[in-house]
Design a protein around this ligand. Structure first.
Ligand SMILES: [Ca+2]
Length: 336
């Protein structure tokens, strides 16, 4: 009997899943597993669509796409390949972390066990197989990223309730810029391509995630005089860096969970979905809270009680030319 097969996740349409079915002796595995290819680009989606159904979960010796990268072939989530040497001088400011590595457009992640089997649509995975095969050609990236969420100060709660354009302006005021979504993903998952910055198994103690959901009061949120009180009622933030375990292979804190983070989605648009204003990492609530997914349903003027940001900066002579457009720039670019 046919059973649920792999699903290819489209990051630009979070409600759309391309599902394949298969039958055979591994059907028991398929019943237990949700298989998702987290896609980084529309090209990646096209690639995934062109694939045939895998014959089962990948084995360690399946990880052969990174030829010449012996350190990644046997990846088990250890952090050696991305963690910078303590002796090495960083070209980044003291409050930023250097990220130097290969970003993969599509990573094959196999979810072995959902958090809630009755609500797999929530896309919360309790444990992934320790495999991270890269589909497609990886791209070298080198840049700086804030160690913490804005205002990028250890022990201080990050800001919330900012829209994308305010976040962009704040980064500019410090001589930085918003992160491009691909940069943010690499800084979170490392070259190890971890689904969570701390590994393959979801851990609500490692990062500030899976706190009980509190229903917001839309009327209070819409009233400027009542909004601060509503934000305080909903607030479940940690101070930046409060959890030593919530650190990525590169040494960046609080990427998944705590507050959602604005990024620049290079494939996005200003006035319709997918927006160029992307959100990465989830927040303290019971949501995906992984490195790969991006929410692209909210335009640059959107704000929320759980939404903050962090900044990135280009390094000279690295080929990085990321320029974050203003909404006017984007309007001219798209002709809208
Ligand atoms: Ca975060």
């Amino acid at each position: 009997m046919a059973s649920q097969g792999p699903s290819f996740y489209d990051p630009f349409n979070e409600s759309r899943w391309l599902t394949m079915t298969r039958s055979g002796p591994r059907s028991a595995f398929w019943r237990q597993s949700t298989v998702r290819f987290a896609l980084g680009t529309s090209a990646g989606l096209a690639l995934a669509r062109s694939l045939t159904a895998p014959t089962g979960p990948p084995r360690a010796d399946d990880e052969v796409l990174d030829e010449g990268r012996d350190d990644l072939k046997a990846c088990t989530g250890t952090k050696e390949s991305s963690t910078p040497s303590e002796e090495a001088a960083s070209p980044c400011p003291a409050d930023m972390v250097e990220v130097d590595g290969d970003w993969c457009p599509v990573v094959e992640h196999w979810c072995l066990r959902p958090v809630d089997p009755k609500h797999v649509d929530q896309d919360r995975c309790a444990e992934f197989a320790a495999t991270t095969r890269c589909l497609g050609a990886s791209q070298r990236k080198r840049f700086c990223i804030d160690r913490y969420e804005w205002p990028n100060e250890a022990g201080v709660k990050p800001v919330v309730a900012v829209d994308w354009d305010t976040a962009r302006t704040q980064c500019t005021s410090r001589g930085k810029r918003l992160c491009v979504d691909q940069e943010w993903t690499l800084a979170c998952e490392g070259q190890e391509r971890l689904p969570y910055p701390y590994g393959f198994a979801r851990n609500p103690d490692a990062c500030n995630i899976d706190k009980p959901y509190i229903f917001p009061d839309d009327a209070k949120w819409a009233n400027p005089s009542l909004r601060p009180g509503e934000i305080a009622r909903l607030d479940q933030r940690d101070p930046s860096g409060a959890r030593e375990s919530c650190v990525s292979p590169y040494g960046v804190f609080d990427m998944t969970g705590n507050v959602d983070e604005w990024v620049y989605n290079e494939q996005g648009k200003e006035n319709e979905k997918p927006y160029f204003s992307g959100l990465k990492g989830g927040y303290w609530g019971p949501v995906r809270d992984r490195c790969r997914p991006m929410t692209t349903d909210h335009g640059p003027s959107h704000t929320g009680y759980q939404i903050g940001f962090r900044c990135c900066a280009s390094l000279p002579n690295t080929g990085s030319t990321a320029v974050i457009p203003t909404p006017d720039d984007a309007r001219r670019r798209t002709g809208t």
